[in-house]
Design a protein around this ligand. Structure first.
Ligand SMILES: C[S@@+](CC[C@H](N)C(=O)[O-])C[C@H]1O[C@@H](n2cnc3c(N)ncnc32)[C@H](O)[C@@H]1O
Length: 370
């Protein structure tokens, strides 16, 4: 492109080096954005060249302004509220005051009608972000190796419940099944239980696991990858207990709602979401202690006095705490283990909790920081 511009000498605008870039005689591209409609995108009208007629012959500077003439169409008018925004505003209105960040987050992510995860595939190059199982098949295969090792340590039980929390597209489970397919006794023992709130992602998991319907139920099928039964549930509590269990959670804790607290000269206050006079969402601090403040006190006991002194903001996820306790209880009674992979903050919640958990029965929860 640069070479083409440099060789195109005809129809170029010549400016002396003393000429101001946006003089009255050479209209500014910025003012033209607002005052006149965009010219059609054609070679001659969208590429503008500036040559500096320099004393030294042969020195030429060319500037490609093609993109300046075709900015993305945008307006300064506020966009109309989406269904989700209308819903959140009505919750705040009828509640008679702001809602917690956790409630806001839960609605935004998992509202049955328009929550972020509920109706679409958000992963990969066509989506918004990518996760380790989507980057390389080795990720799921390595977790498969870990799972077989754990099954061996558990005494090779004939039946094992393999639970995955928040399986996304189901890629990790597909790679795990393919990677462990040589260990027939292991794959024959498996009953897979996927905990997934999104109907759209459940459908994708069913496709990727190459499921055939076992019954008319949407929540039950057989994966033809290893002939394994697969069940779907909205929560971990829904998964029946009573069988040795292996639980995998990759980037699941990170999707759970958090309460946020902020230190002020008057003490700690919960950060809330309100609607301002301009009808936009805004953060405010709750003037009173909120129910989640109880969790703040628990969280603060995890820090040393010096750490507490330095803290300005704290995130707390009661859902993560409850989930970890449910996992520990389940593995404590049924036997097995769990592998939790999460980002730093979510990870701390899990492990500080486990430090305080004791169980005489065989259970194991391992964590991997990602
Ligand atoms: C960040 S994605 C991780 C997906 C997958 N584990 C991966 O690594 O590619 C979070 C997953 O958890 C699911 N999810 C989020 N919140 C949930 C909830 N409260 N209950 C059940 N599933 C949830 C999402 O639909 C999604 O499948």
């Amino acid at each position: 492109m640069l070479r083409r511009l440099l060789t195109q000498t005809s129809s170029r605008r010549l400016l002396s080096c003393k000429t101001p870039f946006f003089s009255k005689s050479s209209p500014s591209p910025f003012s033209s954005l607002s005052s006149s409609p965009d010219p059609p995108r054609s070679e001659s009208s969208t590429v503008e060249h500036v040559e500096e007629a320099n004393a030294v012959a042969g020195k030429t500077i060319s500037v490609d302004r093609s993109d300046l003439f075709n900015p993305l169409d945008h307006s300064h008018e506020p966009a109309p509220d989406s269904e989700l925004v209308k819903h959140l505003k009505s919750v705040i209105k009828f509640r008679g005051g702001p809602i917690s960040v956790a409630e806001y987050m839960e609605e935004v992510l998992t509202n049955p009608q328009s929550g972020y995860y509920m109706n679409r595939d958000v992963f990969g190059t066509q989506g918004d972000f990518i996760t380790s199982p989507e980057v390389s098949q080795m990720f799921g295969e390595m977790i498969g190796v870990w799972t077989v090792c754990l099954w061996e340590q558990m005494g090779r039980p004939e039946r094992v419940k393999l639970i995955e929390l928040g399986p996304g597209r189901g890629t990790l489970m597909v790679d795990l099944l393919r990677g462990t397919s040589k260990f027939r006794e292991f794959t024959d023992s498996l009953h897979i239980h996927l905990v997934e709130c999104s109907p759209a992602l459940q459908k994708l998991q069913r496709q990727n696991l190459k499921c055939t319907d076992e019954s008319s139920s949407e929540k039950k099928a057989i994966s033809s990858l290893a002939g394994t039964p697969v069940h779907w549930h909205a929560t971990l509590e829904e998964v029946p207990s009573g069988v040795p269990t292996i639980i995998i959670a990759h980037e699941f804790y990170d999707a759970l709602p958090v309460h946020q607290f902020q230190k002020s000269p008057r003490g700690w206050f919960e950060k809330m979401v309100d609607v301002g006079e301009d009808s936009q969402f805004r953060f405010v601090l709750s003037p009173h202690p909120t129910p989640a403040s109880l969790y703040l006190m628990k969280r603060c006991t995890w820090a040393t006095p010096e750490e507490r002194e330095k803290l300005e903001h704290v995130e707390i996820s009661p859902k993560s705490m409850d989930l970890t306790q449910e996992m520990a209880k389940r593995i404590g009674s049924d036997g097995g283990g769990a592998l939790i992979m999460a980002w730093m903050d979510s990870f701390q919640t899990v492990f500080r909790l486990l430090e305080n958990t004791s169980s005489s029965t065989y259970w194991m929860i391992q964590g991997l920081l990602i």
